[in-house]
Design a protein around this ligand. Structure first.
Ligand SMILES: Nc1ncnc2c1ncn2[C@@H]1O[C@H](COP(=O)(O)OP(=O)(O)OP(=O)(O)O)[C@@H](O)[C@H]1O
Ligand SMILES: [Mg+2]
Length: 241
C-alpha cells in the first residue's frame, strides 16, 4: 500500500530524513517511535505530500507521491490524517466538521455526507454531540471526531501523529480503543505514538527512528523481545518506566 525508498529530506543544510526505506502492506499497522526531533512527524507527512522531500520515492497504492502527473489533492483526500491537536474547525458544528471535506473535496451531496459522517460519529460513540461545537467537547471527544471525520472520506490508509499525546491520561484510552477497533478491522495504519500498550496489542511492525534515520524496522515481537540497537533499547527502557 505504502512504499518508501531511500527518502531523504533537508531543511537547508540540516538533513531531517536520511535514506528512509520501508513498506506498509494493506492491513498493516505500523507504529513509528523514537526520540523527539528524530523525524517521525516529517516521515509520515511525506506519505501524503504534506512534507516535500528531495530524494527517494514514495508510492501509495501505486501512485507516485509528488510526481508531476499525480493529482496530489485527490491522493491526499484518500489518506486520512489525524494530528496531535485534532485540528477541527472551531467555528463549525461537529456535523459540519464531518461533512465539509466530503462535500468540497469528494463532491458528495450534503445529505450523503451527513449520512456518512453521522454513521462514523456514532461509531466513535459521539452521535449525541453532533450539533455541538468543538470547544464544547473534551480533548478525547474532539480527537474521536477527528478520526470520524477522516473515516468519512473513505481513506485507503490512515496516518496518525501522536494522536493521544495532547490528552489528559483518562482520555487516552477512549481514543486508543477507537484506533484498536480500526486496526482490528483491517485498516492500513501508520501511527506515530509512544503508547507501547497500543503497539503491543495491534502493531504488526515497529519502526524506531533516530536522527532522521530508520534504525529498526521489525516485527512487534522482535522489537519488544530484543530491540537490537542500543539506542532503541535505551529508548524503550526510558518510556517503559
Ligand atoms: N520547518 C522546519 N525547518 C527546519 N527544521 C525543522 C522544521 N520542521 C522540523 N524541523 C526539524 O526537523 C527535525 C525532525 O522534526 P520532526 O517534527 O519530524 O520530529 P519528531 O520525531 O516528530 O519529534 P517530536 O517527537 O518532538 O514530535 C527536528 O530536529 C526539527 O527541529
Ligand atoms: Mg512529531
Amino acid at each position: 500500500m505504502i512504499e518508501m525508498e531511500n527518502v531523504s529530506k533537508w531543511y537547508g543544510n540540516f538533513q531531517v530524513l536520511t535514506d528512509c526505506t520501508t513498506q506498509v502492506a494493506k492491513g498493516d499497522v505500523v507504529v513509528v517511535c523514537g526520540p523527539s526531533g528524530s523525524g517521525k512527524s516529517t516521515l509520515i507527512k511525506t506519505v501524503n505530500g504534506l512534507e516535500p522531500f528531495q530524494k527517494g520515492r514514495i508510492t501509495v497504492d501505486g501512485t507516485v507521491v509528488g510526481a508531476p502527473e499525480t493529482n496530489m489533492s485527490k491522493l491526499r483526500s484518500r489518506i486520512g490524517m489525524v494530528f496531535q491537536n485534532f485540528e477541527l474547525f472551531p467555528h463549525l458544528s461537529i456535523r459540519q466538521n464531518l461533512t465539509l471535506g466530503q462535500v468540497k473535496v469528494l463532491g458528495r451531496s450534503e445529505e450523503e455526507a451527513a449520512e456518512r459522517g453521522l454513521k462514523y460519529l456514532d461509531r466513535v460513540g459521539l452521535l449525541a454531540h453532533k450539533d455541538k461545537f468543538p470547544g464544547q467537547l473534551s480533548g478525547g471527544q474532539q480527537q474521536r471526531v477527528a478520526i470520524a471525520r477522516a473515516l468519512s472520506m473513505d481513506p485507503m490508509a490512515m496516518l496518525f501523529d501522536e494522536p493521544t499525546s495532547a490528552l489528559d491520561p483518562e482520555m487516552i484510552n477512549e481514543v486508543l480503543d477507537v484506533m484498536v477497533g480500526l486496526a482490528q478491522e483491517g485498516m492500513t495504519m501508520m501511527v506515530v505514538t509512544h503508547e507501547m500498550g497500543f503497539a503491543r496489542k495491534v502493531a504488526n511492525r515497529v519502526i524506531f527512528m533516530d536522527k532522521g534515520a530508520i534504525i529498526e524496522d521489525c516485527t512487534k515481537d522482535e522489537f519488544f523481545g530484543s530491540a537490537r540497537s542500543e539506542r532503541a533499547q535505551d529508548f524503550l527502557a526510558k518510556i517503559l518506566h
